[in-house]
Write a protein that binds this ligand. Structure first.
Ligand SMILES: Nc1nc2c(c(=O)[nH]1)N[C@@H](CN(C=O)c1ccc(C(=O)N[C@@H](CCC(=O)O)C(=O)O)cc1)CN2
Ligand SMILES: [Mg+2]
Length: 289
């Protein structure tokens, strides 16, 4: 029997808990948590993700402020906005949707967000905490969502061979650090890997985050492996992942669907990070809340 790792239902349950926590705090007279969402340009997928994030915020009682800047925004203009949001006491979290237009320096933008408001966990201070295994930083949303999904289904990466396909900044690299934190033996494959099948075939837990539709086929996988599919691509009208679900599903012990697996967990992790930013900003733990 193959276990379907249902990120949609788990997300709904966690969001319910977040909503209860927000209600409990605001009913004591505290203001609501606030997330500033920044979108530059008109990438259609980014528009959808931002809309979904804002809807999710609204449902759990997090206020979201939306800053939609034109495609031709310059790096200094964007940095000015971020400096303002950093200084605003009532803004707990700042999220700059990626990818940014080519002419904007992603590096400068990431460095400019205050580490205490960096709910995406992209600032080097937060990435550094991931390297050093220091609690209390922000963990990037997709890696955190995957970690929560594995925990929920009692899949412990400790001592396992975890193979990550894709070494991107948003998922692959921070996920490798998080899986090391969880005591897994981690391999990361990328565009220059000679033969990814050598690695995928030995994975106890295989996580693919490439955006190449149906890259991972059944004959590339070890019998009984756990497969986590981070990819989201369009094939015609269908949303598909990196994993060729039909050829893989009978061979594995557990697998995430696309949609409804990692995607919703990414947004749930953002809500959790925003709640964490709010609680730290308001000093709620100091007053016993
Ligand atoms: N600042 C950030 N930018 C980006 C991030 C991020 O974490 N922070 N991640 C990705 C995109 N992303 C969130 O921003 C994201 C992608 C997909 C989903 C999702 O729920 N997917 C659905 C399917 C969606 C569909 O039908 O098209 C699913 O898997 O069920 C959520 C978030 C890049 N940018
Ligand atoms: Mg999914």
């Amino acid at each position: 029997m193959t276990l379907l790792l249902d990120g949609k239902t788990l997300s709904e349950n966690i969001r319910e808990e977040i909503s209860k926590r927000v209600k409990a705090i605001t009913s004591k007279g505290y203001r609501e948590p606030t997330l500033a969402v920044v979108l530059v340009g008109n990438d259609p997928a980014s528009h959808i993700y931002v809309r979904n994030k804002r809807k999710a915020c609204q449902k759990v009682g997090i206020r979201s402020l939306f800053y939609h800047l034109p495609e031709n925004t310059t790096t200094p203009e964007l940095l000015d906005l971020i400096a303002y949001l950093n200084s605003e006491e009532k803004v707990d979290g700042i999220l700059v949707q990626l990818p940014l237009p080519e002419h904007i320096s992603q590096q400068e933008v990431i460095l400019s967000v205050s580490p205490r408001k960096d709910v995406d966990g992209f600032h080097p201070e937060n990435m550094g905490k991931l390297v050093a295994r220091i609690e209390g930083g922000f963990i990037p949303c997709t890696p955190l969502g995957i970690d929560l999904l594995l925990k929920h289904y009692r899949i412990d990466p400790k001592g396992k061979d975890v193979v990550i396909v894709g070494a991107g900044f948003i998922v692959g690299r921070p996920l490798a650090l998080l899986m090391l934190w969880r005591d897994a033996t981690v391999s990361v494959c990328h565009i220059h890997t000679k033969d990814i099948t050598v690695y995928t075939k030995k994975a106890d837990i295989l996580i693919s985050a490439t955006g190449v539709p149906h890259l991972i086929k059944g004959d590339m996988i070890k019998e009984g492996a756990v497969v986590i599919d981070v990819g989201i691509s369009k094939l015609g009208d269908k949303v598909v992942g990196d994993v060729d679900f039909d050829s893989v599903k009978h061979k594995v012990s557990a697998i995430t669907p696309v949609p409804g697996g990692v995607g919703p967990m990414t947004i749930t992790a953002l809500l959790l990070n925003t709640l964490q930013a709010y609680e730290q900003n308001m000093g709620l733990k100091d007053v016993g809340l």
